[in-house]
Design a protein around this ligand. Structure first.
Ligand code: SF4
Length: 401
């Protein structure tokens, strides 16, 4: 089959409408979102049907795409509700449903014209499985995290189906689902959105082992930014960032970095991958691995030391207004003090230093400190777009457990 080289889509997570807009504003080509039913992130904010419709309009007005997850594994009693969800959702024109269950896929095919993307939860690991999903109506497979870039290429070459793969974010010891740890521990079904991150807990094992760690199943996060040049040679349609429950700063930073890497590689420019990896290690992570994308993930893909998140950047606020005289109106997320050295993560890809020389409330009163959820003015000598994020680079990496 002859292949023409395609620039891959950058696909970002969006846990709510504000994050959807943020992902697009920072450079995502598409986002994936969940409604209140049949997604795998019960703890995420999730969208109402009204918010989904607003998000889809926002995307389509900018030539971008929104995929809606329906990727829970369905039990028999779920089907009446799934059918009504499909009938409701198809009226707001999502660009695809992401589906794990073959029964749900057949329902989507029979009751809508919405394209089907096979979820990573379906564990597609070979082209024969991809072919079966293609026969069921899928136009894309989100392959299991077990696969290498070469495997992805083969699936596309053999079937012509679009391949989507994870390139950043959490990876769990079960790779592509089918995990039952939370079912046993908490009576919550991971395969229907109930995961309580049981694999991150500390465990005592009553077996003789050389491994002294208590965190034997705590997988590191995937980071594949330095593999972008290889990814571009492997016919991968979509590069997916994990994290519908992650923060605004995580989404903006991850999208900005991968946007820059994809665009610069595509143009044949030299990319400073070290700088981008450094940027990405500032947002919450459990330490990094390239997963299985190049070589098989081994012991170094597990973080045996601790289960917390590392980060060295902190989300301080959002730009809500810009004034030539007063500076930036900022909605504050964490305490901001006079003398703080902050940075503005601009939507144009630049990072502007922002030293806090004055803090003024909306009535013009001078402040020494701005506290969370307040709106303040900070003088600035640049003009970012409304919605740009303000961050602080911490003196050292901190680990939150
Ligand atoms: S408990 Fe861990 S391995 Fe199981 S689904 Fe949740 S995150 Fe994945």
């Amino acid at each position: 089959m002859t292949q023409t080289r395609q620039k891959p889509e950058l696909l970002a997570p969006a846990g709510n409408l504000a994050k959807l807009k943020l992902a697009f504003d920072y450079g995502a080509d598409a986002v994936y979102i969940g409604g209140t039913r049949f997604g795998l992130r019960k703890a995420a904010d999730n969208f109402s049907i009204y918010e989904m419709a607003k998000g889809i309009d926002y995307a389509h007005n900018r030539n971008k795409k929104v995929y809606v997850v329906l990727n829970g594994m369905a039990h028999q009693e779920d089907f009446v509700n799934i059918k009504s969800a499909i009938n409701e959702l198809k009226t707001i024109n999502p660009d695809a449903f992401i589906v794990s269950d073959t029964g749900v896929a057949s329902l989507v095919k029979n009751h809508s014209a919405v394209p089907i993307h096979t979820s990573t939860q379906a564990s597609v690991l070979n082209w024969r499985a991809a072919k079966i999903w293609q026969n069921l109506g899928a136009s894309r497979v989100v392959v299991g995290r077990e696969l290498s870039l070469e495997d992805c290429k083969l699936i596309n070459l053999k079937t012509g189906i679009q391949v989507e793969t994870f390139i950043h974010g959490s990876m769990c010891i079960s790779h592509s689902g089918k995990c039952h740890i939370s079912n046993y521990f908490a009576g919550r079904d991971s395969n229907r959105g109930g995961c309580i991150q049981s694999c991150r807990y500390r465990y005592d094992f009553n077996i003789k082992s050389k491994q002294q760690s208590k965190f034997l199943m705590n997988a590191r996060d995937i980071m594949a930014i330095s593999l972008v040049p290889k990814i571009l040679q492997n016919n991968i349609a979509s590069l997916k960032i994990e994290g519908r429950m992650k923060s605004e700063l995580y989404i903006a930073t991850a999208v900005r970095c991968y946007r820059k890497a994809i665009d610069e590689c595509w143009q044949g420019l030299e990319v400073d991958f070290k700088a981008l990896e450094h940027e990405l290690s500032g947002i919450s992570n459990r330490g990094f691995t390239s997963g299985n994308l190049e070589t098989k993930a081994g012991a170094d893909s597990i973080n045996y030391q601790y289960a917390g998140y590392n980060r060295y950047t902190s989300f301080m606020g959002t730009v809500k207004g810009v004034d030539d005289v007063k500076g930036l109106a900022i909605e504050v997320r964490e305490n901001i003090n006079i003398g703080d050295h902050l940075q503005c993560l601009s939507k144009d890809g630049n990072i502007y230093p922002l030293e806090v020389t004055s803090l003024t409330n909306l009535n013009g009163g001078l402040l020494d400190r701005a506290t969370p959820n307040k709106m303040v003015w900070i003088k600035a000598d640049f003009n970012p777009a409304i919605g740009a994020l303000i961050r602080k680079v911490l003196h050292k990496t901190e680990t939150r457990t």
